[in-house]
Design a protein around this ligand. Structure first.
Ligand code: NAI
Ligand code: MG
Length: 356
C-alpha cells in the first residue's frame, strides 16, 4: 500500500531533519519489494513564507492537509517573526484543527551517548511523556489591555482550560499505553496545591479513571517534585501524563537528560483517526546551528519511526530504531552529543544499518 505524507519542513534545521527522515523512509520503502511505498508532497510554509505572503500557511492549507495519511513536520520559528505568531499560525493551528489531542514523547537513552544521567551501571532508561495537546495552558484563552488600562499599566490574562472529557481521554490513552509496557505504571503530574480549579479536576479525574485499570500502578506527583524525580529517580518512571505546559517542559528535560534535545521524537495523534496525525522532533528550529549540517537528525528519524507505527508498520519501525541504536553505539554522533559527524553522516549510517 502507498501512504501519502505531507512534509512541512518549515524553518531552520527543520529542512535538514525532514530531509533526513525522508531519506530513511525512502530507503526502507525501496527495499520493501513493493510491500509499501511513501508518496510525499512538500509544503513551503513557515516564516519565510510569512515574510512573502503575510501568512504562515496557505489559506486552504488545512483542507489540503486533511486528505493526507500523515503530516511529517520539521520545526517552526525564526527570529524575523514573533514566536507566538509563527507557532500559532502553523504548528498549533494544525494540532488544534486536527484535534491531535495526544502528544506522545518517548524519553529514550541511546547506547554510545553519554548523558548527564547515565548511571554507572548503565541501566537502560526509557519512559514516555504523554502530553495533553488540545487544551490546558495552551488553550489560547485570555486577552490584553483589559479594562482599557494604558501603557505601563497593562493587565493580561492567560487562562488555562480543563475539561473533564479532555482530562479523561488523555488519561485513558496513558493507561492503555502503560498496559503495553513492561512497567505498568502511570504517573500523573499537576500543580494542584497552587492551582486549585483545573488541576484539582485533573487529579480527581485521574483517580476515577485509575479505578478502571487496577492492573496499572499509579502515582500523582506535583510538577516541581516530578522535575526532581526525572533527574534523581528516573528508573521509577514508565508513563508520565501531564497537561500541555507541564509536559512540554518535562519532555525537554527528559531529552536533555538523555543527552540532547536533538534526540527526542514525538507524535501528535488524533487517536480517533478522523484527521491526519503529525510527527515531528521535539526540538525547535535551532537558528544557532541551522544550515550548517550540524543538526542531529535522530529526533526526526525517531519521529518517522513513530509514523511507521501509526501506519501499522511496526516491524519497520523497530528496524529503524535498531538502526539508530547501531549508529549511536558505533559512535557516529553529531556535535550536540559529543561527536564530529555531520547530519548526512548519521543519515547514511542509519540507512546502512537498516540491514536491507
Ligand atoms: P531549539 O530547540 O530550537 O534549540 C535549543 C537548543 O538546542 C539550541 O542550542 C539548539 O542548537 C539545540 N538543538 C535543537 N535541535 C537540535 C538538533 N536537532 N541537533 C542539535 N542541536 C539541536 O529551541 P529554541 O532555541 O528555544 O527555539 C528556536 C525556535 O524554535 C523558536 O522560534 C521557537 O519558537 C521554535 N520552536 C519550535 C518548536 C516546534 O516547531 N515544535 C518547538 C520549540 C521551539
Ligand atoms: Mg517544547
Amino acid at each position: 500500500s502507498t501512504f501519502t505524507i505531507a512534509a512541512v519542513p518549515a524553518d531552520g534545521v527543520g529542512a535538514e531533519v525532514v530531509a533526513a527522515g525522508r531519506a530513511v523512509l525512502d530507503a526502507l520503502a525501496e527495499n520493501s519489494g513493493g510491500a509499501f511505498a511513501f508518496d510525499w508532497t512538500e509544503f513551503p510554509w513557515g516564516c519565510g513564507y510569512y515574510e512573502r505572503t503575510g501568512r504562515m500557511m496557505d489559506e486552504d492549507g488545512l483542507e489540503v492537509l486533511r486528505d493526507f495519511d500523515a503530516i511529517y513536520f520539521g520545526a517552526v520559528g525564526w527570529p524575523s517573526v514573533p514566536d507566538h505568531v509563527s507557532l500559532w499560525g502553523l504548528r498549533l493551528r494544525i494540532c488544534q484543527n486536527f484535534d491531535q489531542w495526544a502528544n506522545v514523547r518517548p524519553v529514550h537513552f541511546h547506547p554510545g551517548i553519554t548523558s548527564p544521567l547515565r548511571k554507572a551501571d548503565h541501566t537502560p532508561l526509557d519512559w514516555v511523556v504523554v502530553r495533553e495537546n488540545s487544551e490546558g495552558e495552551y488553550a489560547g484563552l485570555g486577552g490584553r489591555n483589559l479594562a482599557g488600562r494604558g501603557p505601563g499599566n497593562e493587565v493580561a490574562l492567560q487562562t488555562a482550560l480543563f475539561t473533564e472529557k479532555g482530562c479523561e481521554r488523555i488519561m485513558r490513552f496513558a493507561f492503555d499505553l502503560a498496559r503495553g509496557r513492561d512497567r505498568k505504571k502511570v504517573s500523573s503530574v499537576t500543580k494542584s496545591n497552587a492551582q486549585q480549579y483545573g488541576m484539582v479536576l485533573w487529579d480527581e479525574t485521574f483517580a476515577r479513571v485509575a479505578r478502571d485499570y487496577p492492573d496499572v500502578e499509579t502515582e500523582s506527583v506535583l510538577v516541581d517534585a516530578m522535575s526532581a524525580k526525572f533527574v534523581l529517580k528516573p528508573e521509577d518512571l514508565s508513563v508520565v501524563v501531564a497537561s500541555n505546559l507541564n509536559a512540554d517542559i518535562l519532555s525537554d528535560l527528559g531529552s536533555a537528560l538523555a543527552g540532547s534535545l536533538g534526540l527526542a521524537a514525538s507524535a501528535n495523534l488524533n487517536p480517533e483517526r478522523r484527521f491526519p496525525s503529525m510527527f515531528e522532533p521535539v526540538h525547535g528550529s535551532a537558528p544557532d546551528i541551522a544550515g550548517q549540517g550540524l543538526a542531529n537528525p535522530i529526533g526526526a528519524i525517531g519521529s518517522a519511526a513513530l509514523m511507521l507505527d501509526h501506519f501499522g508498520l511496526s516491524t519497520e519501525a523497530a528496524r529503524v530504531r535498531a538502526a539508530i541504536e547501531a549508529t549511536t553505539a558505533a559512535g557516529i554522533l553529531t556535535p550536540d552529543v559529543g561527536g564530529t559527524a555531520k547530519t548526512g553522516d548519521v543519515v547514511a549510517a542509519v540507512i546502512d544499518n537498516l540491514g536491507n
